[in-house]
Design a protein around this ligand. Structure first.
Ligand SMILES: Cc1cc2nc3c(=O)[nH]c(=O)nc-3n(C[C@H](O)[C@H](O)[C@H](O)COP(=O)(O)OP(=O)(O)OC[C@H]3O[C@@H](n4cnc5c(N)ncnc54)[C@H](O)[C@@H]3O)c2cc1C
Length: 458
């Protein structure tokens, strides 16, 4: 059996940054990285490529899986802040988190990421506060989907020279006593042994990881789940924010339930996209830097946060069920509805959608979101839209489009020591979104580097 110093499961930004740090600091370090999706150059979503208008449920969803991970086709918003983007600041000093985010940024810049940053704006924060809306502050870089993909491609090419990278290779088990990794690919089932193993499986691998932890008696803490819609409207409605800070991240506590609803993942002049997470279709957004690919619309996620308490322990399953319902009533797709139709209690049909002054950027099925979205979340979303309309009038317009379901489920978090080594394991670590510590490119990247430093320190 082949032996390695470090085996990394998952080739998203967390796993890639881990591999980068290890091979930079110790060129003799034998690193193997497994990625169940395609290599980056083979990653093509048939919808984005214009080959089909609806999701054809590829065996491996190129939006979520493949070298460079879920971030490969993302808008490339790189957040330099501890105010949002994950829970690392709950486990590490804030300064350490920022230092590691900055280090990861330097790595990305060495592969071509831009230097320019949007700076926080107190003036806009004050405007939000006047209406009980709360804006998180951050320095932000916007790479754009195309430039982000290019930067990650260069990083992957660089790493292929320094580490063994196996794509289209699914890790299906790890023996925690012998640190043996079991994987399968076109050559069949194989094993390797590694002194250190890093689970960096992202959202696409969160179920596998949670089941593995459960089987190996590693205690897990449930995370929150966010369920809601993607809002699409004319770009000029939010231009006074986006031109200044690029991404408004604003949260609101509803008067009715006291729940938090968050506006985030803003895509200026972007497109709404469909994504397939383990068979369930949900929505998301993209924005390109290339002027030719820009649209007239901006879009953002508007999601209501739920934290379940006893006895319910399956928040991810809850979100999947809500999203599955929208897949069911749309005939295997996702729904789009005009806000005015939703408010008036009627379905948006093809005729009504055709009358919309906002042209949809995604070919979703016109329908009725109130048939699949739980009342509590729908109420929270409407109340938040009404509040947002005060700082960006036009948000509540009749033709504002709502796509559903969008959900962000954050993986359950395993118990680890201070170095993110899994409880009771010897040299088995976890990083990034799949382990419930992060929910952004910057924190997942920082986490990857941090854990590699802890391994190198050994
Ligand atoms: C459409 C979209 C847009 C986004 N936009 C932004 C943005 O602009 N800014 C931002 O900060 N964040 C954004 N995000 C979130 C960001 O992409 C994630 O936070 C980040 O990618 C997490 O990195 P990660 O390395 O933890 O996991 P991932 O990037 O998800 O990578 C994990 C990888 O592990 C692989 N894997 C899983 N299980 C296995 C297994 N058993 N064997 C082998 N491989 C496995 C997966 O295929 C995947 O490629 C976006 C996400 C999406 C989907």
């Amino acid at each position: 059996m082949k032996k390695f110093d470090v085996a990394i499961i998952g080739g998203g930004i967390g796993g890639l940054m881990s591999a980068y740090r290890l091979t930079q600091e110790r060129p003799d370090c034998k690193v193997i990285l497994f990625e169940k999706g395609h290599s980056i150059e083979k990653r093509v979503c048939p919808i984005v490529a214009g080959k089909t208008k609806t999701c054809i449920k590829c065996a491996s969803c190129s939006i979520m899986e493949g070298l460079a991970g879920a971030g490969a086709f993302s808008d490339g918003k790189y957040v330099i802040s501890t105010e949002y983007g994950g829970w690392l600041p709950d486990f590490l000093p804030k300064k350490t988190v920022i230092d590691y985010i900055e280090e990861a940024d330097k790595v990305l810049m060495s592969f071509g990421a831009p230097k320019e940053r949007f700076m926080p704006s107190n003036e806009l924060k004050k405007k939000c506060l006047e209406y009980d809306l709360h804006m998180s502050q951050a320095q932000l870089k916007h790479l754009g989907t195309d430039a982000n993909f290019d930067t990650m491609s260069k990083m992957c090419t660089y790493l292929k020279e320094r580490a063994e990278i196996l794509c289209e290779t699914d890790v299906y088990d790890v023996d925690r006593n012998t640190n043996t990794v079991y994987f399968r690919n076109k050559d069949g089932e194989q094993t390797v042994q590694a002194d250190n193993i890093i689970f960096a499986v992202g959202r696409a691998g969160s179920r596998f990881f949670a089941e593995w932890c459960h089987t190996h008696d590693i205690p897990m803490t449930n995370n929150q789940v966010d369920v809601g819609v993607r809002v699409e409207l004319p770009a000029i409605v939010w231009e006074h924010f986006s031109k200044k800070i690029y991404e408004p991240k604003i949260w609101y506590r509803s008067k009715k339930y006291g729940d938090i609803t968050r506006m985030f993942c803003f895509n200026e002049r972007g497109s709404v996209v469909m994504e397939n997470t383990q068979g369930v279709l949900t929505v998301n957004g993209h924005a390109y830097k290339d002027e030719a690919k820009k649209t007239e619309n901006s879009n953002f996620a508007l999601l209501s946060t739920i934290r379940f308490t006893e006895p319910f322990k399956e928040p991810i399953e809850y979100a999947r069920h809500v999203a599955t319902l929208s897949n069911l009533i749309s005939g295997g797709s996702v729904l789009v509805q005009r806000l005015g139709d939703l408010m008036n209690g009627r379905r948006t049909d093809a005729k009504r959608l055709a009358q919309s002054t906002v042209t949809p950027t995604l070919n979703a099925v016109p329908g009725d979101l109130s048939l699949c979205m739980p009342k509590r979340q729908l109420d929270n979303i409407i109340e938040t839209l009404q509040a947002l309309d005060k700082i960006a009038p036009g948000t509540m317009n009749y033709d504002t489009l709502l796509y559903g379901i969008e959900c962000k489920y954050y993986s359950a978090r395993p118990q680890t020591d201070e170095n993110f080594m899994l409880k009771g394991c010897n040299g088995i670590y976890c990083v990034g979104d799949g382990a419930g510590f992060t929910r952004s490119l910057s924190q997942a990247a920082a986490h990857g580097i941090y854990v590699s430093d802890m391994i190198l320190k050994k």
